[in-house]
Design a protein around this ligand. Structure first.
Ligand SMILES: [Zn+2]
Ligand SMILES: [Zn+2]
Length: 258
């Protein structure tokens, strides 16, 4: 699980103190609603921009202290810090924020409407985080439970009602996600590998801001040599991955920004 700090998504400081909570009955799941741009799927920077937009709307439009939710989860499964654990949200409706924390899934009522497996796992990670750090109880509910709203949308609500299972925890679903399908087509790169996928890796690394000092006229970008391996290891370490220098099922999606 990757936890993105407020600083890393460019959050504004809250306008005032939060109300503290030592425990809750559980967590309520939300969606954004309205239209969410499906291009979020291929561009994680857009996820961070959505956080800033929502925060501005909550603070400037609604006049709230801060971004309303405790945590948000993007389609890539990353957790984005909102009010955090131990603080009351402003998301569940008047009088309903003492009993449940609030987790936002970045989905709309049009556009991006279906959660990725990564997002569902991320929401479970967020719930675990709030249980561990915020005394959240075992309930997992939707915003619409006890409040008149379409939130969290048909797909997320059906998942909540099914007990919010982790997609990779069950054997009932044989289907793989599009991310897995894409990554399955990419080879495992170990040091010394050669070919076009090495070159792809090299330029993806560049696109992520790594290996900028490596000159492709000096090193051969189609050979996975020590200098590139070192940069991959640095990328892996900074992304919280095993820094083994192997580009496989864990590292490709991160290089691709999935
Ligand atoms: Zn909601
Ligand atoms: Zn994302």
């Amino acid at each position: 699980m990757a936890l993105i700090s407020r600083r890393d998504w460019g959050a504004r400081a809250p306008r005032g103190p939060y109300t503290s909570l030592t425990h809750t009955k559980g967590v309520k799941v939300h969606y954004i609603g309205d239209h969410v741009d499906p291009r979020l799927l291929t561009d994680h920077d857009r996820c961070l921009a959505v956080m800033r937009q929502i925060q501005n709307h909550h603070m400037d439009g609604n006049g709230w202290t801060d971004f309303a939710y405790n945590l948000a989860v993007c389609p890539h499964g990353d957790l984005l810090m909102g009010r955090g654990a131990g603080h009351m949200s402003a998301a569940n409706g008047p009088g309903r924020n003492h009993d449940h924390y609030a987790v936002l899934g970045m989905l709309g009522s049009t556009g991006l409407t279906d959660p990725t497996d990564a997002m569902l796992n991320g929401i479970r990670d967020a719930i675990d985080y709030l249980r561990e750090h915020g005394g959240a109880g075992k309930e997992i509910k939707g915003h619409r439970d006890g409040y008149s709203t379409s939130c969290p949308g048909a797909a997320l609500y059906a998942w909540v009602k099914a007990g919010a299972p982790r997609p990779d925890g069950g054997s009932s679903s044989p289907s793989t996600t599009w991310t897995e399908t894409l990554v399955d087509q990419l080879p495992l790169l170990s040091p010394g590998a050669t070919g076009r996928h090495v070159k792809t890796c090299f330029y993806l690394l560049r696109a992520r801001g790594y290996g900028k000092e490596l000159d492709e006229h000096v090193i051969d970008p189609t050979v996975y040599g020590p200098a590139v391996v070192a940069e991959v290891k640095r990328f892996q370490a900074e992304k919280g991955l095993d820094d083994d220098g192997l580009v496989g099922k864990a590292t490709w999606p991160r290089l691709l920004g999935l």
